[in-house]
Structures are given as structure tokens and as C-alpha cells.
Design a protein around this ligand. Structure first.
Ligand code: ZN
Length: 82
């Protein structure tokens, strides 16, 4: 675990499929693939494109199994970004 030099938040690092690492937030999220343009990163699936599931959107066990979980790149949530 490390800390963002910019905002001080705790971050983690995920391997990119094409090499290198990207900083991500600690908590993974459910990703609705194919609905949205945001990028997410998972250890196994690599890069996913979609959007974060809304609270309550993933409820059944089947949904939890079938919905990929991935990490949000920290640059999207960094409090001192932009
Ligand atoms: Zn930050």
C-alpha cells in the first residue's frame, strides 16, 4: 500500500495488461461493462470499460457472481486532481 503524493489518500497499484502499474483506489467496485466510457482495472480481467454500478443495483447473488469487480484509477477520484 502507498499514499498519493498529491492528496494523501491511501492507494494501491494494479498491473496493467500491457505492463506497468497504475494507481487505484483501495476499494474495488462492481462495473457495468459496456455502459459508459470509464476505465477500470482488475487483476485478472485487465482493463474494463463501463461505469460504476449504482448503490443497490447489484443485489442478487447471481448479479454479484456475474458482475466484474475492478479498481477505480485513482486519478479519477483524486481530491487534488484536475
Ligand atoms: Zn490523490
Amino acid at each position: 500500500m502507498s499514499v498519493c503524493w498529491n492528496c494523501g489518500a491511501e492507494i494501491d497499484w494494479v498491473c496493467k495488461p500491457d505492463g506497468g502499474y497504475i494507481p487505484v483506489d483501495l476499494e474495488p467496485v462492481f462495473v457495468i461493462e459496456g455502459d459508459g466510457q470509464d476505465k477500470f482495472y482488475a487483476e485478472e480481467e485487465g482493463e474494463l470499460t463501463g461505469r460504476v454500478a449504482e448503490p443497490g443495483e447489484i443485489q442478487t447473488l447471481e448479479q454479484k457472481i456475474n458482475t466484474p469487480v475492478a479498481f477505480v484509477p485513482h486519478w479519477r477520484t483524486c481530491r487534488k486532481g484536475r
